[in-house]
Design a protein around this ligand. Structure first.
Ligand code: SAM
Length: 275
C-alpha cells in the first residue's frame, strides 16, 4: 500500500503511544490511509481551505486532509492521550495543524472560523455525532461559516440524514437537514475497516448548504416535526391536534388526511410559519 506521507504507520503510532481504543469515547480508529484519503477527497478541493476536524484520535484522517493540501487543520480532541501522536503530525506539517484539547460539543466552531473557506471533515464519535451535526445546522449566521460537512455516521443515521419524503428513513432529522442543506450519501465503510470494528456499517455523508434557504423558525419547525413524527402512522389532523389540527392544515393548504412521512420539507416549513 502506497504511503501518503513520510510518517510512521498508524498501527505503530497507536502502539508507541499506548492508544488502546476506549468505548466511552466512541473510539473506532481508521488505520488505512487510502481510506482516510477517500473520505477527505469527498470534501472536494482542499487547497487554501481551513478544515475543522472533530476527534482526530491518532490522526489517520488528519494526515489524509493535510496530505491533500488543506491550508490548515484545526482539530478538537477530547482524549489527552492522543496529543503526543498529533504533535508529531504537527511537526511534520509545520504551522498547518492546531490541536485543541476539549469537548467538541462545547466548542464554538463559528467563533473560531477564520477568514476564507472552511470545511468540516470528521469521523465522528457515534455518541455525539448527531448533536454536533445539529449544532452545525444552527449557527448564528446563514449562509454558515462552513462550505461543506463531510461526516462519518452509523449507516442507519446516515440514511436518516439524507432521507426525504420518498424514503422510509424520513423523520425529524431528515427534515432538519433538508431545511438547511442538500445532503448526499457518499459511500459505506464496513466494520472491518476500523480498529476495533464497530457492530454496524458506517457511511460517509456529504452536506452542502441549501442554495435557496427556506425561511423558517427552527423551534417552530421542531414543534411541528416532533408532533407529526411522534405519531407518524396517524393522520396529520390527529397528530397536529394540539398545534391547531384541521384549521392549521387548512391554512397551510395541506390535506389533513395525510401522514407526516408524506410531507416535504417545504410543507413542514409552511405549517411551522403559521404557528
Ligand atoms: N479520526 C480518527 C479516525 O478516523 O481514526 C478517530 C475517530 S473515533 C471514531 C472518534 C474520536 O473522537 C476519538 O479520537 C475520540 O477520542 C474523540 N472524541 C470523542 N468524544 C469527543 C468529544 N466530545 N469532543 C472531541 N472529541 C471527541
Amino acid at each position: 500500500m502506497a504511503a501518503i506521507d513520510g510518517l510512521p504507520p498508524l498501527r505503530d503510532v497507536i502502539a508507541r503511544h499506548g492508544l488502546d481504543a476506549r468505548k466511552a469515547l466512541g473510539q473506532n480508529f481508521l488505520l488505512d490511509l487510502n481510506l482516510t484519503q477517500k473520505i477527505a477527497r469527498t470534501a472536494g478541493p482542499l487547497e487554501g481551505v481551513t478544515v475543522f476536524e472533530v476527534g482526530p484520535g491518532p490522526g489517520g484522517l488528519t494526515r489524509a486532509i493535510l496530505s491533500l493540501g488543506a491550508a490548515k487543520v484545526i482539530a478538537v480532541e477530547r482524549d489527552a492521550r492522543c496529543l503526543p501522536a498529533l504533535a508529531e503530525i504537527a511537526d511534520y506539517y509545520p504551522g498547518r495543524l492546531e490541536v485543541i484539547e476539549g469537548d467538541a460539543l462545547k466548542t464554538d466552531f463559528e467563533a473560531m472560523a477564520p477568514e476564507g473557506p472552511v470545511k468540516i471533515i470528521a469521523n465522528l464519535p457515534y455518541n455525539v455525532g448527531t448533536q454536533l451535526l445539529i449544532n452545525w445546522l444552527l449557527p448564528r449566521k446563514w449562509p454558515p461559516f462552513w462550505e461543506s460537512l463531510t461526516l462519518m455516521f452509523q449507516r442507519e443515521v446516515g440514511l436518516r440524514i439524507v432521507a426525504d419524503e420518498s424514503d422510509d428513513h424520513y423523520g425529524r432529522l431528515g427534515v432538519l437537514c433538508g431545511w438547511r442543506t442538500q445532503a448526499q450519501m457518499a459511500f459505506d465503510v464496513p466494520p472491518q475497516a476500523f480498529t476495533p470494528p464497530p457492530k454496524v456499517t458506517s457511511s460517509v455523508v456529504h452536506l452542502l448548504p441549501r442554495s435557496e434557504p427556506l425561511a423558517c423558525d427552527v423551534a417552530k419547525l421542531e414543534r411541528v416535526t416532533q408532533a407529526a413524527f411522534g405519531q407518524r402512522r396517524k393522520m396529520l389532523r390527529q397528530s397536529l391536534k394540539s398545534l391547531g389540527g384541521e384549521a392549521l392544515l387548512a391554512k397551510a393548504g395541506i390535506d389533513p388526511a395525510r401522514r407526516a412521512e408524506t410531507l416535504s420539507v417545504e410543507e413542514f416549513c409552511r405549517i411551522a410559519n403559521l404557528l
